[in-house]
Design a protein around this ligand. Structure first.
Ligand code: FAD
Length: 372
């Protein structure tokens, strides 16, 4: 029921906006309001904090259906989930009570600030610092590539609290209200895909936050980030499956209508082969995603492996299927009269963010072989 309801909403209200969102590269505030109004932003949150239960499978079903028509719009829900996970999993009751109901209602947007210019895949080498000063921490540094960083009301920020500590014990995680003096949006990137999702560079100059904004313990930041990815990577896999499904549907429709050599191109076996492979690959990625969600929701000890497996397979599937969709449409696939060129550009990011595909392979291999 949830999947079908979101699909109808996406088809009727979001699909007609998708091309314009891509063209203007403006954050779709109207779509965010629509998702809030229909309680879709409440999906990742527990009922006691105004949410709809927080089951990962439900969140992913919704991200998939929205991304099927507009990957930028699907990312609004994915980022709201991602950035709130540190609070939901490691926050105090007071922190949860203060922030989660606002986020679940969509009255506030949150962003996840881990990446820095010199710390991408190697997140543990972040340089932004948080120094204790009386009852506060003072944050200095900058973050790069932060999705929704320029429109967020609040951030979960990872900063070094102990420069001397072991690599994985240096970071801590903080809640930072973006109205705090010293916080600045330096710029928003010009991008290949997910163009309506603002990807921002953020700077922190003596940003003072009370110590009650520390999430979990000092030094726990790296662990918080990794546990967060265990729940958020399936969201990116869901975005990827949705993009692939959208491309498959467009290509299938086109193959029935487009005539060459006096026949619908769908009657040519080579086109049939492309479509059949696209369907098989998309369905396989979808089933792996759902299985991963079920395992993670059930508290699997190897949650990191499941999260990495589904993101790796779904991201590569989205890239392959959207590329093949452009092929099915021929020259028309390459122009913006049809959505598949946008879907191909959007698909690429699912192989890059929340850990590149190479990093997913490292996570899977470590789970198999053990960390050396
Ligand atoms: C549009 C967009 C949105 C983003 N949103 C967010 C966000 O909301 N919050 C956030 O914190 N970050 C975000 N990111 C950052 C994203 O997660 C990083 O870009 C990503 O983790 C890769 O880091 P990097 O770009 O520095 O690449 P690098 O780490 O420099 O990697 C370059 C290449 O080297 C490979 N590589 C690196 N290390 C290894 C290794 N050990 N073994 C094998 N290969 C390796 C990579 O796979 C890649 O192919 C976003 C990025 C983009 C582009």
């Amino acid at each position: 029921m949830l999947r079908d309801a979101v699909r109808v909403l996406a088809d009727e209200r979001i699909a007609p906006r998708a091309a314009e969102i891509d063209r203007t590269a403006e954050f779709p505030q109207d779509v965010k309001d629509l998702l809030a109004e229909h309680d879709i932003l409440a999906l990742p949150f527990a009922t006691e904090y105004g949410g709809l239960g927080g089951e990962l499978l439900n969140v992913c079903l919704a991200i998939e259906q929205i991304s099927r028509v507009c990957a930028t719009s699907g990312l609004i829900l994915a980022v709201q989930e991602l950035a709130a996970i540190p609070i939901a999993l490691f926050g105090t009751t007071e922190q949860k009570q203060e922030w989660l109901p606002e986020l679940a209602a969509g009255r506030k947007l949150i962003a996840f600030a881990l990446t820095e210019a010199e710390a991408g895949s190697d997140a543990a080498s972040a340089r932004t610092t948080a120094k204790k000063d009386g009852d506060d921490y003072v944050i200095n540094g900058s973050k790069r590539f932060i999705s929704q960083g320029s429109v967020a009301d609040v951030l979960t920020v990872f900063a070094v609290t102990d420069v001397e500590a072991d690599r994985h014990d240096r970071l801590s995680c903080f809640i930072v209200d973006t109205s705090t003096p010293g916080f600045k949006v330096e710029r928003v990137e010009h991008k290949m895909g997910i163009r309506g999702s603002p990807t921002a560079e953020l700077s922190f100059t003596n940003v003072r936050v009370p110590k009650s904004n520390l999430i979990g313990e000092e030094g726990q930041g790296f662990t918080i980030a990794m546990r967060t990815f265990d729940r958020s990577r399936p969201g990116i896999a869901a975005q990827a499956v949705g993009i692939a499904q959208g491309a498959l549907e467009t290509a299938t429709r086109y193959a029935k209508e487009r005539k060459q050599f006096g026949r619908a191109i769908g009657e040519f076996q080579m086109i049939q082969g492309l479509l059949a492979d696209m369907d098989a690959q998309t369905e396989a990625a979808r089933q792996l995603l759902y299985k991963a969600c079920i395992e993670i929701d059930a508290g699997a000890a190897d949650a990191s492996r499941w999260a990495a497996l589904c993101k790796l397979v779904a991201g590569d599937t989205a890239m392959r299927v959207t590329t093949d969709a452009v092929q099915v449409l021929g020259g028309y696939g390459y122009i913006d009269e049809f959505p598949v060129e946008r879907m191909m550009r959007d698909a690429k990011i699912t192989q890059l963010y929340e850990g590149t595909q190479q990093i997913q392979r490292l996570v899977i291999a470590r789970s198999l072989l053990g960390r050396s």
